[in-house]
Design a protein around this ligand. Structure first.
Ligand SMILES: [Zn+2]
Length: 696
């Protein structure tokens, strides 16, 4: 009993290390969406096979919901009607017949509705029930995992997966939905706001979603609504709205400006915006959901000054990639990588070359933090579950698009995406449809490129095996460079920097085998050869290129943990912290003093004195100077003499240790960090070092 399309749960990590904002893209997938077919004209929407006509009345204070739905089904097959078990069905009829007995399946209740030839079939259902209390103390992970319909005066969120309205399992449906709320409250679902009234008795709004979709999420709250009409690319009016809690109502104009800017950017870059509205809706919990026509972001998230310039654009772009063209999940979700590339990464490129390079460096360092063999090929990425899938599904995929653009050039790359949009809009498309679009635009066979990056796990490991001056002292300067990689070999265009007295020259070497020598002519006398100086190639950085970051002991599944406190508050704080950082039950090992450490990455947590003593006993470097005598707690990484990573967390007392449980897991990108209570006061990553060979 599941929906036709999986619901995507995804996260954008480490927004400047302050917050994890989750991007949970909810996909609307029309029944007429077809895979792989291409034609010059996008298909006209056919009437949905299933249509919901829903009216719900909500009382957020009493946490009561009452609804009526008429489902029209134009199919003779047997159907399964489902609703959350917490709801009481007061009345149900299929055509003229009352419902038969229901079966209970987990948190859902279901009815089998036998096949019938006479169409259309009409199912009427009247239900009511109590909603869970809204818990604003949840963090984003908990909000994500919670499938309960929750309500309160401050906000209501009824996720589709909670079964808050009756639906036909495995059937996409279009809908008209009317929300009734007490005065002062407003509600919204994805779609076009067709009608709206507000009187002393209450608020009423009707939404239409004409394309068959996988499910409906409903949001309500004491919103102040701001509306602005803008003209889209074809002159089409687009309604932009903010549904904001009064406390942040003053942010509305700035958000509307930003949304307008993003719509303009992506209409010009890709093609016409596919819907008639876009709303930014505030949530009392720290969520971040993206759905067709809207994004639902926590009040505290919306207050963060950088959200408008980062995550908001990402969510707007999902109306093209994800909710405009639907990924073929069975063959891999390309939409997060493309959205990351054209939003998060594109904004960095606009900012500066250095900012873009920092983002690439972050991606590569994150990947280097995974144990070899821990990642999966991109074709098996569907949605974000935890660290490893994020690093591959978002970052590796974004880097694939970067390498592709480097190869084809911006103009060809953009033309391919525009064609892809024109041909695949409101269809299910796979990586191979994307490949075809790029092949058509470039006239090149991109099979090997897509193949190696999509179907292989891992990444190439590259090394400059040798570099030498071929003709020292002669008029022209010639360098031979030998590159090495693991087997089976990748086909790579490897950027090589050659430093001369006059500056750096960049050369592209086409590496096709495990070991290959190249001859390069240089204008000036060369002094050094540098591998991929600008970090434009997706590869596994060598240990020397990427000194360890905290992420490694969070995502590398082989990591073992040593808790120095043996009992008491400090012990339980250390235990909580370890499981929060690793998002699993930590693999604990006994404290080994001086008898050698396990040959795996290690996380050590303890109070300051014990930490110092433990480091000394194990002949490991002491507390780095950069953080001596600072803050109430510190964390840092060390590359152990045996090559494995050690991450140390040290706090003055148990309270300082427990203060880290919430913030520290967000700082995986750092090599060191100092906290004062729960506040990070200093942090950084040990510098990366390029592979450089001197010529002499
Ligand atoms: Zn996303």
């Amino acid at each position: 009993m599941k929906r036709l399309m999986p619901r995507v749960r995804s996260l954008t990590w480490d927004l400047r290390g302050v917050v994890c904002l989750l991007c949970s893209m909810l996909v609307a997938s029309p029944a007429w969406a077809t895979s792989s077919a291409t034609s010059d004209v996008a298909p006209a929407p056919v009437p949905a096979e299933v249509q919901y006509e829903i009216t719900v009345r909500l009382d957020p204070v009493a946490r009561r919901i009452e609804g009526r739905s008429v489902i029209t089904a134009n199919t003779p097959e047997e159907l399964t009607l489902v609703i959350g078990r917490r709801f009481e069905v007061m009345h149900g009829r299929v055509d003229a017949e009352p419902f038969g007995p229901a079966v209970t399946m987990g948190r859902m209740r279901a009815w089998r509705i036998l096949g019938h030839e006479k169409l259309p079939r009409r199912i009427e259902i009247h239900w009511r029930g109590e909603l869970a209390a809204l818990d604003t103390a949840l963090d984003h992970h908990q909000t994500l995992g919670r499938n309960e319909p929750a309500s309160g005066e401050a906000g209501t969120f009824l996720p589709d997966s909670s079964g808050w309205y009756p639906y036909l399992a495995d059937k996409l449906a279009s809908y008209n939905l009317t929300i009734e709320l007490p005065a002062g409250q407003r509600g919204i679902v994805p779609g076009r706001l067709a009608e709206e009234t507000e009187t002393a008795e209450g608020y009423r709004a009707r939404f239409e979603f004409p394309a068959p979709t996988g499910g409906i999420d409903l949001m309500a709250g004491p919103y102040a609504v701001e509306t602005r009409t803008v003209r889209g690319a074809g002159g089409k009016p687009i309604q932009l709205r903010t549904y904001f809690h009064p406390a942040i109502a003053d942010l509305a104009p700035a958000y509307l400006d930003s949304v307008k800017g993003y719509l303009g950017l992506y209409e010009k870059w890709i093609g016409e915006y596919p819907f008639t509205e876009f709303s930014v809706v505030s949530s009392p919990t720290p969520t971040g959901f993206g759905m067709p026509t809207l994004t639902y972001l926590g009040v505290e998230v919306l207050r963060l000054p950088f959200i408008r310039t980062t995550s908001l654009g990402h969510e707007v772009l999902h109306n093209w990639w994800g909710n405009g063209v639907y990924p073929d999940y069975a063959k891999g979700n390309w939409s997060e990588g493309l959205t990351t590339f054209m939003a998060d990464y594109a904004y960095k490129e606009r900012e500066s070359d250095e900012a873009a390079r920092d983002m690439r460096r972050g991606w590569l360092r994150d990947f280097a933090a995974l144990a070899p063999g821990q990642d999966k090929p991109l074709t098996s990425f569907t949605s974000r579950l935890h660290g490893a899938t994020q690093i591959v599904g978002y970052n590796k995929a974004a880097m694939l698009f970067l390498m592709l653009r480097d190869m084809l050039g911006q103009t060809t790359f953009d033309r391919a995406l525009q064609t892809f949009w024109n041909e695949q809009r409101f269809r299910i498309a796979s990586w191979s449809d994307l490949r075809q679009a790029f092949e058509t635009a470039s006239g090149q066979n991109l099979g090997p490129f897509f193949d190696q990056w999509l179907t292989r796990a891992g990444a190439p490991v590259l090394r400059i095996a040798d570099a030498a001056l071929a003709k020292p002292g002669s008029g022209s300067h010639r360098v031979t460079v030998t590159l090495e990689q693991g087997e089976p070999a990748y086909r790579l265009r490897v950027p090589i920097g050659i430093r001369t007295a006059e500056g750096e020259e960049l050369h592209m070497l086409d590496l096709e085998s495990a070991r290959q020598a190249f001859t390069v002519d240089v204008r000036n006398r060369p002094t050094q050869v540098i591998l991929d100086p600008d970090l434009r190639l997706f590869r596994r950085l060598l240990p020397d290129e990427a000194p360890p970051i905290l992420r490694q002991v969070m995502v590398d599944q082989t990591t073992e943990t040593i808790l120095l406190p043996e009992n008491g508050d400090a012990r339980s704080a250390a235990e909580t912290l370890a499981s929060k950082m690793q998002n699993r039950v930590p693999k604990l090992v006994a404290r080994k003093d001086g008898n050698g450490l396990p040959a795996v990455p290690l996380l050590v947590i303890g109070l300051a004195d014990h930490v110092d003593a433990w480091l000394a006993k194990n002949h490991l470097p002491g507390r780095p100077d950069i953080m001596k005598e600072k803050g109430s707690a510190q964390a840092w990484t060390v590359r152990r003499p045996d090559g494995f990573t050690l991450a140390v967390v040290s706090a003055l007392d148990a309270a300082s240790l427990s203060a880290l449980a919430r913030p520290l897991p967000h700082y995986g990108r750092q090599s060191y960090i100092v906290f004062d209570g729960a506040k990070a006061i200093s942090r950084g990553a040990w510098p990366t070092r390029s592979q450089v060979l001197k010529l002499d």
